[in-house]
Design a protein. Structure first.
Length: 386
């Protein structure tokens, strides 16, 4: 139950992240000054999200994905690698449909691609897996700083018209033309959006491949934690609390320092992008690990809240995509059309709608059917192709 509760918490955290992708233009996902910054609460919501939410729950979800894949690889007696590859293929197709119809920031495709490497690591010791994770995070930072370094250098040297600085401001800053373009995309019709996203599938692969090192790092950690039985709920509470405290004491001050740097720069696009996507990565990973240890420390009490989270976690794939359906119904032009009409803090409050509904419907669905509809689809598709 504790592992399912942890997965349920990850789903809730992803809702806190994804609401901004549906409610606000692209640039505002990372940069609060680009759009939706109307009051002091909006600034505090950005700070809390940057420090405690952004990419921590993606990391946590990826850890659990790695652990779950290892469990299935160890369980499969015949052709485990082929069965795993088929599962990743079906998951990629589900993610592809999700990205075209609902959420362009879908993570299932990235997990499926990174997940293809997991059978190679299934025989490694936990410490070898942790070493691989550290190396992959370093690779992520190295390549990331190659991408963002010239933009940061241009910013601090006052060069605002270079190709690098313009790219950073268009994607992570407050460039007026880029914001108008993002607003237009957010207000397009359903058919137009499908056509645009379907046509951009080939170009999306570069972005997906760039996310492989950081996602695979989290998956390797999850595999190691399963091997060491932490995710199986076999560690003592004091040990979990102590290690969670160490991870938090390292990561939270570092993330606060990065947030200060971003604000000090005036939310420069290059600094925002580098801090959010690259430099925060090791600290996001550590804080995600702290969350995992804290939940495992307290979830075994099996209280009502734990049971509710566990139900959400058992339907993680269904709840992940259902959250996108709900956000689309609220913000998309074919729904209520609230895109670009709410502040950052209002969008955060709206994120509790799918969370509350998931907590409500998940236990009822499990009692009636025992398995989520999309979990059943994933398993049935994998069995049919194996």
């Amino acid at each position: 139950m504790a592992l399912d509760a942890l997965r349920g918490l990850a789903i809730m955290g992803i809702a806190w992240m994804n609401v901004y992708a549906f409610a606000l233009p692209l640039q505002a996902y990372y940069n609060p000054t680009a759009f939706g910054l109307e009051s002091a609460p909006d600034r505090w919501v950005w700070l809390a999200s940057f420090v405690f939410v952004e990419d921590k729950f993606r990391t946590l979800f990826a850890m659990l994905f790695g652990a779950g894949c290892l469990i299935l690889l160890e369980k499969d007696q015949e052709h485990p690698i082929r069965a795993h590859a088929v599962r990743m293929g079906v998951l990629f197709l589900i993610g592809l449909a999700h990205s075209i119809l609902l959420a362009s920031n879908d993570v299932l495709r990235a997990y499926a691609i990174a997940g293809l490497a997991l059978p190679i690591m299934r025989g490694f010791t936990p410490y070898a897996l942790y070493a691989i994770a550290i190396g992959l995070v370093a690779v992520h930072i190295g390549f990331g700083m190659v991408a963002f370094g010239s933009g940061i250098l241009d910013f601090y040297q006052g060069r605002t018209g270079t190709e690098a600085s313009l790219f950073m401001e268009r994607n992570f800053g407050s460039d007026a033309v880029a914001l108008r373009s993002s607003m237009a995309l957010g207000e397009e019709g359903f058919i137009d959006r499908i056509a645009r996203r379907a046509s951009s599938i080939p170009s999306q692969f570069a972005v997906l491949l760039s996310s492989v090192p950081i996602n695979l790092a989290a998956m390797a950690i999850g595999m190691g934690l399963w091997r060491q039985r932490m995710l199986a709920g076999e560690w003592r509470t004091f040990r979990l609390q102590r290690l969670a405290g160490v991870c938090a004491l390292i990561s939270i001050p570092a993330l606060l320092l990065l947030a200060w740097w971003v604000g000090r720069s005036g939310f420069s696009g290059a600094v925002v992008g580098a801090a959010a996507l690259v430099l925060s990565a090791p600290f996001d990973t550590l804080l995600g690990l702290a969350y995992a240890m804290l939940v495992m420390a307290f979830a075994n009490a099996a209280g009502r809240s734990t049971k509710g989270l566990a139900a959400v976690g058992r339907l993680s794939l269904t709840n992940y995509i259902t959250t996108s359906v709900i956000f689309a119904a609220i913000f998309a032009s074919w729904g209520l059309g609230w895109f670009g009409r709410v502040s950052r803090s209002e969008a955060f409050l709206i994120s509790f709608i799918p969370i509350g509904l998931a907590l409500l419907w998940s236990p009822l669905w499990l009692r009636a059917f025992g398995q989520g509809p999309l979990e059943r689809l994933w398993r049935a598709g994998a069995r049919a192709l194996t």
